[in-house]
Design a protein. Structure first.
Length: 131
């Protein structure tokens, strides 16, 4: 499993867009979002590849798409399962780009699809030529 942290780097001009987007995709109040921004805590932290992977991915991608459209700046971190976010300046944090995150999510989707097809083939539900 992997955790993704979104740290807002927003300016005063984009703060409203960040609050609106975060509220739309995650169940956080305005005060909580503003507190997270002002204290440099993660805007959101999500765990990928769990039972709720599809829902988490949909929320995360929706938030990031909206932040990018609004021109809001953010930094993405990939954390190991047991690793916690301490501060942006911690030396053991792995910063990833939006493209890298998209590649991680696409690879996971491709692997899940391959496994489903393989299971269907084993169960006799699919033709081998469908691969």
């Amino acid at each position: 499993m992997s955790n993704i942290v979104v740290l807002s780097e927003s300016t005063k001009e984009s703060r409203t867009a960040v609050v609106a987007a975060t509220r739309r995709h995650f169940d956080l109040g305005i005060k909580e979002i503003l507190d997270r921004q002002s204290t440099r805590r993660p805007l959101v932290e999500v765990r990928l590849f769990g039972n709720d992977h599809d829902e988490v991915t949909k929320r995360l991608v929706g938030l990031l798409d909206e932040l990018q459209r609004a021109g809001a700046l953010f930094t993405l971190f990939e954390l190991e399962e047991a690793q916690g976010f301490v501060s942006r300046d911690a030396h053991d944090l792995s910063i990833i780009s939006r493209q890298e995150l998209d590649n991680i999510l696409q690879a996971a989707d491709d692997e899940m699809a391959r496994q489903r097809k393989s299971m269907d083939l084993e169960a006799g539900f699919a033709e081998e030529s469908e691969f």
